[in-house]
Write a protein that binds this ligand. Structure first.
Ligand SMILES: Nc1ncnc2c1ncn2[C@@H]1O[C@H](COP(=O)(O)OP(=O)(O)OP(=O)(O)O)[C@@H](O)[C@H]1O
Ligand SMILES: [Mg+2]
Length: 318
């Protein structure tokens, strides 16, 4: 019998998104404009990942910090609705839940983020007791979690010494300082999942090839997400290139990277080959683009399988 309670424990940022649409003009200091449509919802790329991984069938627990406020309640109830275990969430009494205000203008958006409680999460909050309940550790958005960043390598070292497999999606650094020591982090990361721009920025290089060359020897698997160009996986032995599943009818690509991660990691924890993991990541990334936002296409396992079959002629075995 399997002794672990969860397949994946996710350490990530949590915030609500206040999305304003139909804005009549550009906001200016000292003036006021109307927005004709709004939505207040669970934000954060880690939460999209958690939701979609859970829908694909994995048992998922989330570690993160929220404030003792109504936005915190919204975050907690939304995660719970996704089937994600919330018993490892921590309430911060002296900070507010984070929020991103997104002002949409057609394809483009202006965003302002107040990180709030998400910056208070520290590596010591994530005890061995919490970690050891899961088989796999996934950490996302390290640059948004300023309390976690300086010690992030320690978290990965501990997970490895507990016999877990690990993955990391760095996501973008809003400060663009990219202040992380890859030399002491990447040896403990089984799956490193940046997109092209993040890889180049983190390695201070101008091309994927140069970035890979710089970190390949200290890495296990580097999986570079390249939007509609697909994905490339590099390790010491091989390079595996996987094409994207063509979608001529993209609604938007918000959350495609997180959906890719969910498909890849779900396959990985089920013992599938790296090439199959890339393929299942590519199909879940493509499925993401068939509906608005990061979770709308991930209502149920059955629905995901049906989209794979009808839109992409792919039999997803989950
Ligand atoms: N337009 C698209 N059509 C088909 N597949 C796509 C498309 N966009 C993304 N994908 C799939 O999803 C994967 C991840 O997307 P992307 O490269 O945009 O990640 P990302 O930049 O990390 O995204 P995010 O902004 O969500 O963090 C791609 O490697 C690809 O397989
Ligand atoms: Mg991404």
């Amino acid at each position: 019998m399997d002794s672990k309670k969860y397949d994946v424990i996710i350490v990530g940022e949590l915030n609500v998104d206040l999305i304003l649409n139909g804005i009549e003009g550009t906001p200016e200091v000292g003036k006021e404009v109307f927005s004709r449509d709004m939505n207040l919802t669970l934000g954060s790329s880690s939460a999209i990942f958690a939701n979609n991984l859970s829908v694909l069938g994995a048992k998922v627990s989330f570690v993160g910090r929220v404030g003792n406020d109504s936005f915190g309640e919204l975050v907690v109830s939304s995660l719970k609705k996704s089937g994600v275990d919330i018993s490892n969430l921590i309430e911060t009494p002296d900070n507010y839940t984070g929020i991103t205000v997104a002002m949409n203008y057609g394809e483009d958006r202006a965003m302002v983020t107040y990180p709030g409680a998400m910056s208070d999460l520290k590596v010591i909050d994530i005890t061995d007791d919490k970690l050891s309940k899961a088989k796999h550790l996934h950490v996302s958005s390290i640059f948004l979690q300023e309390g976690l960043l300086p010690d992030i390598h320690i978290l990965f070292q501990r997970a490895k010494s507990l016999g877990m497999t690990t993955s990391l999606d760095p996501q973008w650094d809003p400060t663009e300082k990219w202040d992380v020591d890859l030399g002491r982090l990447l040896p403990y990361v089984d799956l490193f999942l940046p997109n092209e721009s993040e890889l180049m920025a983190m390695t201070y290089t101008q091309s994927i090839e140069a970035g890979i060359q710089k970190i390949r020897k200290i890495s296990n698997n580097i999986i570079v997400k390249q939007g509609s160009k697909g994905v490339s996986l590099y390790n010491q032995e091989e390079t595996i290139k996987t094409s994207a599943f063509l979608n001529n009818d993209v609604v938007d690509a918000i959350g495609a990277g997180d959906s890719f991660n969910s498909g890849f990691i779900n396959a990985f924890i089920n013992g599938k080959t790296l090439s199959k993991c890339s393929e299942e990541g590519a199909i879940t990334g493509a499925i993401n683009t068939t509906a608005s936002g990061g979770t709308a296409a991930f209502e149920s396992k059955e629905k995901v399988k049906k989209i794979a079959e009808t839109k992409f002629n792919y039999k997803l075995e989950i």
